[in-house]
Design a protein around this ligand. Sequence first.
Ligand SMILES: Cc1cc2nc3c(=O)[nH]c(=O)nc-3n(C[C@H](O)[C@H](O)[C@H](O)COP(=O)(O)OP(=O)(O)OC[C@H]3O[C@@H](n4cnc5c(N)ncnc54)[C@H](O)[C@@H]3O)c2cc1C
Length: 373
Amino acid sequence: METETFDAIIVGAGMAGATVAGHLAPERRVALVEAEEAAGYHATGRSAAMYILNYGPPDVRALTGFSRDFFDLPPPGFTDHPLMRRRPVVFLAPQEQRAALDRMLSDVPGLRPITIAEVADMVPALRPDYALAAAIEEDDFDIDVAALHQGFLAMLRAHRGVLALRSRAARIVRRAGSWHVDTASGAVFRATVLVNAAGAWGDEVARIADVAPLGLTPCRRTGVIIDPAPFVPADWPLVNDVGQSWYARPEARTRLMVSPADETPMDPQDVQPDELDIALAIDRMQQALAIPVRRVERSWAGLRTFTPDRSLAIGWDRTAEGFFWCVGQGGYGIQTAPAAGRLVADLIAGRDPRPASHVLEAIDPRRFTSIAN
Ligand SMILES: Cc1cc2nc3c(=O)[nH]c(=O)nc-3n(C[C@H](O)[C@H](O)[C@H](O)COP(=O)(O)OP(=O)(O)OC[C@H]3O[C@@H](n4cnc5c(N)ncnc54)[C@H](O)[C@@H]3O)c2cc1C
């Protein structure tokens, strides 16, 4: 099979890879290679689709904030409907989480106290004895993940980029100043730059390329869909406890997604939900909300992949020339994606990635090389 030459090969067509591909395509010829037959089959297609500004470590909060303009005003033709819809987040504090709520209220800008009666007005299923106090973050949103992901893939195609599906990168070698990627489909790609956006498989892709792994940990998280009738939750906020041991958010107009906020370390795989986590999701939600659950309509699990310090890992590898990391998106890979993709394109083009320059040190993958070897 003939080798096709590009400026950059991106491995993994989830949100990370698609976003980088879309931002890079206008100035570089890009090949986006994806193992599965559909882009977004893994973590990207399994998220809770939320934009929560005050979530995750400081670098994540910064990139989430820098993404806001893109979500509000995407480029012309990117999508024909809004990428975000307002969905406040309510934090409930049972007795033992009261002190933690007070700390959150003093540390987190944009969070304000709200009475239990006000929460009950918004969420009539709330059990009056569950929480002693509560807080609300108003400026949060549902994200249209499919529109965002497809918009970036369309940007790639509009600039003559290639999306190669069913093309697991099986052999990756650096030869004569270029990366050569042999894929399971038989196609071979060559480029001076290789971007590792393989999500849970990030360390595996590095090993295939003979690059030291970072020590990534994929963690399973479970989602459960129920019918909360007689309640109609369409306009409810996302509700969770301060300790983040469960959350519930409306799904479509009439359903509720519930999660036990699980975080079970796993090997990279097509992860499936565990019965115990499904039961925990329902049990924890029912301690707070008086919702009868006659049956679970659907459940799924996805992998949230963390670096050892839970900040992102975006930047050039310390030793492998032309090897660029874009991994460790954890539970924030959708809400950070527009700014993270822009940042990667800037770094590859050798530009100052303003306004994100000040997070570069926190997300530099070279901070891990010494501990992962
Ligand atoms: C239940 C749940 C709730 C979440 N909620 C939110 C939320 O509300 N907001 C938010 O911002 N984030 C959320 N997340 C996190 C978010 O989904 C992830 O951070 C994001 O999708 C990661 O995108 P990715 O492209 O890095 O990974 P993925 O979408 O997993 O993409 C990686 C791709 O690489 C491919 N690949 C792997 N190895 C190879 C190879 N050798 N060759 C070719 N392709 C390869 C895989 O097939 C995969 O498609 C949630 C995640 C879960 C599971």
